[in-house]
Design a binder for this molecule. Structure first.
Ligand SMILES: [Zn+2]
Length: 567
């Protein structure tokens, strides 16, 4: 890996010289399709040549001709589109990947079903490891009991949350590990279900769930590794070549590190470390220590993640004015003093900030904190981010650009689904609903928009987000209602959000984000030119090829066979 970097030093300065040299076997030429470089200096090209993991030439077919001899040459379909690799600037990849390997009890209705779901997974996990998962429903499995699980699991602890996340089902070993018995009192806001003798049955409701959930150990390495491999393949299949993982714990960093050591981590991962109000500025040093520890080619700790508020649906997002029909305006998870101090200390230490802010008061509080940091430390190239941005007050839209704050958006959420129509708009009323996901206004105010999925909250296919950012309609219902059409973006805005702006958000613009000579050869090919089809068709485009460091990492159906280049 480092060898490539060294060679690149040579390449970048001698690209012209090299173009006269004989191409090597590790040269790839893509031609025949439109190349969108996302580089304003020369936005379009006909062909691109990649040498040794770097972009050696972008230009006309003639410009790349000197690289063809001996190269792997893809003569692409004329309607295809070559782009820089997508960057997903908020993706909980490894956490969601590990969770995805959990045991699924959805549709399980009896003990035989339980056995069929649990036993195969049990066989793959280390002796004594916790069995965990979820998805069961009391509507389907009528009487869950610890004993039902015990007959399958023996004395290994097991814990399964129900499909709604309001109840958990423990076996006897899990109850024992959590110290729950007939003498345990129900915690406030929770209930331990009991039999006629007062013994716990295994079912824990609401706040009682934490008695077991807080005991869960980190996932076993084998589960993390298996999950990561699959999730990464999915991301790469969607053309993603780099991500920001916005909330890592040490087990996740170790998981990425193991993958990198095994040369299996193809994505570039930048990570943010969650720091809450209780930890406060102590979290800055902890993050700096992790930043020192994790600073390799594919894995870097760069940021602090701040949860500033909750979500509108449950009334926990912090609003400037009360929820409709309520005295509550939600709550901030930091006081302004706490977040200002944390932002200032972190900014001074050279860390990036990545704030979860959903309600308009949370967004304002995050902007205020970034402004406080700038006042205290002077204006620097900090590129702090605010993510989600569901409701932004009009007065705050203009603040992003002068503060240099990146709007990290999940465009796939910006359509009138049931969350918006039934759970959000009634809670904030018509007037404020005009400012839901105000991406268009942010763009017009000059904010830099970075695109992201928040996987596994929603699909990590960037093309779905790109389409929705453009249409603000349900992908499944192209004639359906449009959410606040004044906030539509155009397809180039969305492509920028997933390429050049994502790279900028990650301080990686010297190496990625555009197809420019000298940058890493992270290149994708779509089967359709998404800038020239109906916006409602964008999500149906497929990724024909994903190259990372000039290596093929995904080849989709319809990719023409590569030929050995002869001029
Ligand atoms: Zn998230």
């Amino acid at each position: 890996m480092t060898g490539k970097l060294w060679k690149f030093g040579l390449l970048a300065t001698s690209a012209v010289l090299l173009s006269g040299a004989i191409a090597r076997a590790d040269t790839i030429v893509l031609r025949g399709a439109r190349v969108l470089t996302m580089d304003d200096a020369s936005p379009e090209a006909e062909a691109i040549a990649l040498v040794d993991g770097r972009i050696a030439a972008v230009g006309s077919v003639k410009d790349v001709e000197p690289f063809v001899q001996g190269a792997t040459v893809y003569d692409l379909p004329a309607g295809a589109l070559v782009l820089p690799g997508f960057q997903d600037s908020h993706n909980h990849l490894i956490w969601s990947a590990a969770q995805a390997e959990d045991i699924s009890l959805s549709d399980v209705e009896d003990e035989a079903g339980l056995r069929a779901a649990i036993e195969p997974v049990m066989a793959t996990l280390p002796e004594g490891a916790w069995l965990r998962g979820g998805g069961w429903s009391v509507a389907v499995y009528k009487q869950p009991s610890a004993a039902d699980l015990d007959r399958i699991t023996g004395d290994r602890p097991a814990w399964f949350e129900d499909v709604d996340g309001h109840s958990g089902w423990a076996n006897s070993a899990a109850l024992k590990a959590a110290g729950i018995d007939a003498d345990t009192k129900d915690p406030e806001g929770g209930r331990i279900d009991r039999d006629s003798q007062g013994n716990p049955t295994g079912l824990l409701r609401e706040n009682a769930m934490a008695l077991v959930a807080d005991m869960l150990p980190d996932y076993p390495d084998s589960q993390v590794d298996a999950g990561l491999e699959k999730a990464q393949a999915e991301a790469i299949g969607y053309g993603v070549t780099a991500i920001i993982d916005p909330s890592v714990k040490e087990w996740m960093l170790k998981g990425y590190e193991r993958a990198e050591a095994a040369a299996k981590l193809k994505l570039r991962v930048q990570a943010a470390v969650n720091v809450d109000a209780e930890e406060g500025v102590a979290g800055v040093q902890r993050t700096l220590d992790l930043k020192t520890l994790y600073a390799s080619l594919h894995l870097k700790v760069t940021s602090i993640k701040l949860f500033v508020d909750g979500v509108i649906e449950t009334g926990t997002a912090a609003l400037l004015e009360s929820y409709v029909g309520s005295n509550s305006s939600g709550e901030l998870l930091f006081t302004p003093e706490q977040i200002n101090e944390l932002a200032t200390v972190a900014d001074k230490a050279g860390l990036q900030l990545h704030s979860h802010a959903i309600g308009d008061r949370a967004v304002r509080t995050a902007l205020d904190a970034y402004e406080a940091a700038q006042k205290a430390n002077g204006k620097r190239d900090s590129r702090h981010q605010i993510t989600h941005l569901e409701l932004v007050d009009q007065a705050d839209i203009e603040r992003f650009k002068p503060l240099g704050v990146i709007a990290n958006i999940q465009a796939l959420w910006a359509y009138p689904d049931t969350y918006i129509v039934d759970l959000t708009e009634p809670k904030i009323g018509q007037e404020r609903s005009e400012w839901l996901y105000p991406f268009g206004a942010l763009k017009r105010a000059g904010a830099t928009l970075a695109g992201s999925s928040d996987w596994s909250v929603s699909s990590m296919n960037p093309l779905e987000a790109i389409q929705t950012g453009v249409t603000r309609q349900d992908i499944a219902d192209p004639d359906g209602a449009v959410l606040t059409p004044q906030h539509k973006l155009d397809v180039m805005d969305m492509l920028r959000a997933y390429t050049v702006n994502g790279s900028y958000a990650a301080f990686d613009e010297a190496d990625s984000g555009t197809l420019s000579a000298g940058k890493r050869a992270d290149v994708i090919v779509l089967d359709k030119d998404v800038t020239r089809i109906a916006p409602t068709e964008i999500a149906s485009a497929k990724v024909l090829l994903t190259l990372i460091d000039g290596q093929s990492a995904h080849e989709g159906e319809g990719l023409p066979k590569a030929g050995a280049g002869t001029p």
